[in-house]
Design a protein around this ligand. Sequence first.
Ligand code: UD1
Length: 312
Amino acid sequence: MKILVTGGAGFIGSHLAEALVRRGHRVRVLDNLLSGRRENLRAVRADVEVVRGDCADPADARRAVRGVEVVFHEAAVPSVARSVADPALSHRANATATVEMLVAARDAGVRRFVYAGSSSVYGDLRGRAKREDMAPRPLSPYAVGKLMGEHYLRVFAELYGMETLTLRYFNVFGPRQDPGSPYSGVISLFTTAMLERRTPVIYGDGRQSRDFTYVDNVVDGNLRALRAKGLTGQAVNLATGRSVTLLVLLRALARRLGRQGRARMLAPRAGDVRHSLADVRLARRLLGYYPTVEFEDGLARTVDWYRQRARP
Ligand code: UD1
């Protein structure tokens, strides 16, 4: 099958592109290479066509979908905190880019479109596990943009009969997650801080919790979405169904790295969600998905990767 992965040179996209190549698919990547890196595709370089371009640009989007059967739309500008600082940038990269990709896909006759959604759309809903039938209440521009993308996918299924699916990712982590910005994912920041003997920063009291999901689980969910039947614009959680607090995460990392688990405590970030935990039963029903890599295992693999990377 000919498949397009947008953001395919980035953290999640490159893992997905690699897995698709290994299963014999022909893969094209659309990436503006601002945060994505060609090096992330090193293992499959000869088998992936990389198109440099911007998903929010209609001409780039059109060029990228030509001859493609399925699109995995992973490109985004992530980070809740960054979107609070620059809502318009976040909107363009998340909402506008998604509708432009959908339009290009519709015009090119793309059959299936799978979208990287986000757990942030739930906001701070009461009750423990977040279920897909709960009404979303985004708390940040990032979450608003991600939710708009979901609505577009459902409407494109209804209006044009495109097979669409949103996978709501919950705090994905793993090798290749870039720790290079203050807006990077917390696991990448904590791990590299400890490796470099700096003190990690916790925003708030550290008792906020997340359903941290190792990247292989997310790749597995996407591969299942390639084969699943009855895709009509649903939104489905992709996570582990377990959560830990930042304090527990910090201790787990300190143990693995033989460091003290101390952190500098700063004020909570605006737009931050307090607790995030997924109910993963719909993913099981619709996709046959089970998380295969547990948090601790994923953490061990991730720490190993950052350790190797730190070695001169
Ligand atoms: C949110 C989404 C997630 C999405 C991600 C994209 C939720 C629940 N999750 O993640 O699905 O993939 O955006 O960016 O909305 N923190 C620190 N110290 C740091 C960095 C972060 O204490 O140095 C804290 C944050 O304030 C937050 C937690 O760690 O409470 C996790 O932050 P981060 O990794 O940025 O992800 P979310 O904002 O939870």
